[in-house]
Write a protein that binds this ligand. Sequence first.
Ligand code: GAL
Length: 945
Amino acid sequence: MPKAEPAPAQDEAITGRAEASAITPDVQFDNYTLFLKGQRVFIHSGEFHTFRLPVPSLWPDILQKAKAAGLNAISVYLHMGLTNPAPGVLDFESFRALQPLYDAAKDAGIWIVLRPGPYINAETTAGGIAHWATSEVAGRLRTNDTSWRAAWREYIQGVIDATVPNQISSGGPVIAVQIDNEYTNRYPTHAGYYQDLIDFYHASEIDVPLTYNDFGGGKSFVNGTGAVDLWGLDSYPQGFDCSNPLRWSPVVTDYHQHHQETNPWQPFYIPEFQGGSFDAWGPTAPGFDACRILTGPDFMSVFNLQLWAGNAKLINYYMFYGGTSWGGSPHPGVYTSYDYGASITESRELGAKFDELKRQGIFIRSSPEFYKTDRISDSSSGPQISSNPDVFITQLKNPDVHATFYIARHRDSTSNATADFRLNVTTSLGNLQIPRFAESITLGGRQSKVIVTDYTFGSSSLLFYATTQVFYSGVIAGRDVLLVYGDSDQDHETTIIPSGTPNRLQASSSSFFKTTEDAVNGTSTITITSLRGARSLATYYDSDTQLVMYADTQTVSSFWSPVIAGPETDPFRNYWGIGTNQSILVGGPYLLRDATLQGDTLALRGDLRSDVQLTVIGIPEGVTRLSWNGQDVSPDLRAAEEISSVGGSVFVGRVAPKASLTRLEVPQLNGWKYQDSLPEISQEFDDGAWTVANRTETNIPYKPYYGDGRVLYGCDYGFCENVVLWRGHFLATGNEQSVNLSINGGTAFAASVWLNDVFLGTSFGNSTNNRNIIQETDDNFNFPSGAVRPNEDNVITIVQDNMGLNQTDYGTYNGDTSKSPRGVRGFRLLDGTFGEWKVQGKVGGYRNFPDKVRGILNEGGLYGERQGWHLPGFSTEGWTSRNLSDGLPDGVAGVGFFVTTFNLDIPQGLDVMLSFNFEEPLGQPYRAFLFVNGWMMGKRIANLG
Ligand code: GAL
């Protein structure tokens, strides 16, 4: 492949930052791209939150899939709230660990942009801010107030300590650290906060650039106080309502202009580009299948390429893998699944979106000439180079060589029509109109294309032009190899400048391909025109120096291009373009994770769903055997012959999944045991050990509405998350008639209220699409006659299931909206006064909760949770048997625990995705928490009414 160019001298590269010397020479940039270890690199990245896949041994799976898609980086939010559960407590163990992530990234050859917050947004509780800070910090969150600064320092220091040895300058994967997330520098206290963070990093050994993700519109932190080294903006052009997934927004047309106006001395960085959508709470939530359509392969074709047309050269897709917002981690607007309709599903499966990402990813990885381009023109002004005015062209050109990239879309980017056009291009051999032999180039409905001219493939071969799309270009076994593709219902044309001694001149013998040899301005070319209907893999040109192939879009999607690692001594041996330039092409499997050379064996590792033909193009020299997941694969010589006449460099064989795959049985969940989990309402219940709720002051700026001056906010007593119980005592005169409660628990919370053991009712927060709403209820609960016990201690028990804390409200940029109270904002007895109020959340509160593995957000304060009934190993001996579908005994309101166990009999080496489906069993309203081996992996609300 063409050599990437070296980095410019340091002072030339970084013009945006005065203290450039604080940045490692290993990460530099000019106004086009980053340079990593001196190589120009297009950062092509996907977002992955390790806290949403709390199983570190599965992280390599995600990173290998990113690598297999051709990506070279991931972007990772960390979660302050999970890592720093209480003041002075830092916990980087279990799923909060960083080292396994760094190690897995290095093994996969994936760079990391680390985004530790403290504020991340991310549809997580308090936007990632530690819950304790929402009550213990007196000053305003996300400002330069000293109390907030004191609150984040330890956490950021912990991140720094874990990350310094893993920066690129130390041989690690981390290439940038993002400061906080989406904010404004409009207020001096906000800018001061960013400057505090920057100063803190600069005082440490962090030597990678500090970055920022802006809304865009505000252009904050480009210059002045709080300005970062590398500024970027996010873009979600389709929005987050998946309920009409076929309704498209138009593409954003001013990306390039925005970059030019904002930070033209830096490369154009998109730290988040829409890779899916979250889905809001509610009975009408469309679900992630719909989000996967809204942001499907056609969206990716049109909208991703529009970013490329804007000349963006660092792009991160949010999300690449969404995962699960388990436990109490979601903010009030979303539910447990954070599948996001991303390229990989929550269960880590690949589908059509992954295919499109891979087609784009391998193209970018294969095309170093694309990394440095100027935007020459587009169809809004300048010469109209498309014959069809409905087709909009943006022309990007590498200023150092002739390579030119014409990005074609429908002028009306939402169009479902098919558009045929011809294109006037300027090439090294003069101006011409393409295609020259086929009738036209075709854009299908909601499709965009990159049409290249003067494109170098392999080390020095020239693809003169192609109306096909480039999938792969590289050097394999000493030859320049190119694989192009196109939809089988369109005509395509590919013209190369041939070299070498041909092995076989004509394209695959089929009436679908037409080969024309001619000279363009005295230079011999070979053009292969493929006609609609052309399917499967075909050889276009095959010589001792070049191999050019074509496949239809579907076939090409079964191809992979694993990177063969460089020498073992190189810490960056797995990084494409840095530690290695060696790759091969393999067609067939569901997933190819990696390829390694082991003596005379090329060892492939991957996943299968069915028997497939394995087509390996380019067996490295000296290799005589091929293995698939450790098993030798025998060659099918006849099939190899059909693909190419070049013996030796193409290998074909069949591989099959393990036979046991078909025999897997999912266990039945039966044998349920039941126990009541609401002893709090019985007269005997002793709340002596509970915390007395007698505070009259709070740092939470949303003050109580009514009551007697006491503050009944869970966070103020260490109980911020999940279920919190309140018990209000009063010595009854007998005249008490009702209690009035104003309850705040986030969106879609529920609070059930009892007087002694008499159920009074439930307050529901409504579901809503609003991302940041502070939702509360104000309900009057009448006491049924006879329920009050005169001259006795009476108790109002409230069982409150809170949603997470609010994110920053972006209407006001007020960080303190995360101090949204979760508790009782008002309490009042009609004809009576409360004595003591008691509160209980999860055991130990945020300071002393015992379950350090699953962490602070996993469980709440239900009686059963306090007893550990949800944990594996808990004995249910003595519990009664009861069917889950029977619900609670006698159909009365209450809280019950159902427990069952099952054995999984899954053979080693299989990646089996299991999920739990709630059937709609009961005609009554309920909410259910699903604990799997103690992990709260789902919250379900049904029939809220
Ligand atoms: C962005 C934000 C992310 C996430 C995303 C929507 O604006 O930076 O953290 O909230 O929106 O999923």
